[in-house]
Design a protein around this ligand. Sequence first.
Ligand code: GLN
Length: 452
Amino acid sequence: RAHTDAIGALNPRLNAYITPTADAALEAAAHADAALARDEAKPLTGIPLGIKDLFCTTGVRTTAASNILKNFVPPYESTVTANLLRDGAVFVGKTNLDEFAMGSANITSAFGPVENPWKRKGEADTVLVPGGSSGGSAAAVAAGLAMGATGTDTGGSIRQPAAYCGIVGLKPTYGRCSRFGTIAYASSLDQAGPMARSVRDCAIMLQSMAGFDPRDSTSVDRDVPDYSAAIGRSLKGLKVGIPREYRAEGLSAEIGAAWQQGIEWLRAAGCEIVDVSLPHTKYGLATYYIVAPAECSSNLARYDGLRFGERVEGQTLDAMYEATRRAGFGPEVRRRIMMGTYVLSAGYYDAYYLKAQKVRTLIRRDFTECFQQVDVLLTPTAPTPAFAQGEQSDDPVQMYLNDIFTVPASMAGMPAMSVPVGLGATGLPLGLQLIGRPFDEETLLAAGSALE
Ligand code: GLN
C-alpha cells in the first residue's frame, strides 16, 4: 500500500507509469500476506515491482509507449514476468519508456515524457530527463514507486537511466534472460535485466528473471548460479581493465573524477588495475546505429493494422498500411525505420549493413582479447549526468552520443552493470559501468558491491 499510495501521489508529476495496476497489486499483496502467514515465502513474495511496458503481461495493457499499441492487451505473459510472478513478485504497474525502447531520455513516449526525481542543486524548477529507454523504471525505483523494476537494454537502456537516476541496473549476457514475450526492437541486441536500489536487489531479481527458455531460440541453456553468493566476495587479485578509449572527448570532469575514485576503491579492495585497449570502440556508435535500425525496420513491419494493434482504414490495402503506420508511429520510430530500410536496401546493404556486421565482429574480438588479460572492465556509464528536458531533443545525433559508452558491450553481447558511485558537482547521481565476460554476471555483482 505504501507503494501504491506513493504512485497515486507522485505519478501525476513523474509519469513513471503508463498503467498503474493498484487494485490488482493490492489483491496480489493480500495473497502474499496469506502465503507469508502460512510460512510459504518464495524468493520475491510480496515484493512490489514495476514492469517496463515492453513486457507482455496477460490481461494488462502493454503499449511499448506507442500509439500503435495503445489498446493492446496481450493474451499471454512474457517469460521474464512469468518467472517473477512464479517467485511471488507483485506488479504495481507498467512503466513508461521511449517508444519501442528507441531513445536515451524517455522523451519519445506517446504517453508523455518521464521526469527524473532528482534535481540539480539550486534548480528546483528545471525538469531533468531520467535517461532512456527504461526511464519510467529508473524513475519509479529512484522515487520509491517500486522496490525494483524490469528494464530492457539494446544499447544502454538499462544502464544509462540507472546512472541518471542513481540506481543499479544490470544488463545480463545476451541469451541469459528469455526474450519471449518482450516486444522486439533489435533482436540480436535486446536483453532484459533488473533495475533496483542495490546490487544485492539486482542479484535477487536476476535470479528469478534468468534461465533457459525453449521459446526463445537465442536463450542459452546454462545453469543459473547463485547470484547473491557473489555479493561481498573477496576481490583480492581481481584484474580490472581500464580501457583507454573510454577517456573520450565530451567526458565531463565530474564523471572523470568519479571514474578515478572507482579505480581507487577497487584498488583498495585488492584489485589489480590494468591499462587496456579496445581499439574498435570508436566505431561502436556508428555500427550500432546501423544494426539496431536495420533490425527495428524488420521487426516493426509487423505493425500493419491487420494482425494486432491500431488500424486506420483506407481505400486500398496500401492506403490502410500507410494511414495506420503514419498515425501509429512517432517521429523517432519513423526515423529508425527509414534508416534501417535504407541500410538494408539492395544498393546499400553491402556498404552499410554488411560492413557494420563485420565491424561488430571486430568489436566483439576486442573484448574477447581483453578478457584474456583482465577479469572485468571499469568505465563511466554515460559521458554526463542527467540533462534537462528539451536540452538535446532536437538533435538526434547529439542524443545518440549519450550511448557512446554503453553500446560496445551491447554489440559484443557482454554483461554490463551501472552502479551509482555518488553525487557530482551539481548534486546529481553519477554511475560507473562494469563490463564482464559472457555469463560472468557474478564478477559484476562482486565488484559492483565494492563500488556502491
Ligand atoms: N538509446 C539507444 C537507442 O535509442 C538504446 C536504447 C535501448 O537500449 N533500448 O537505440
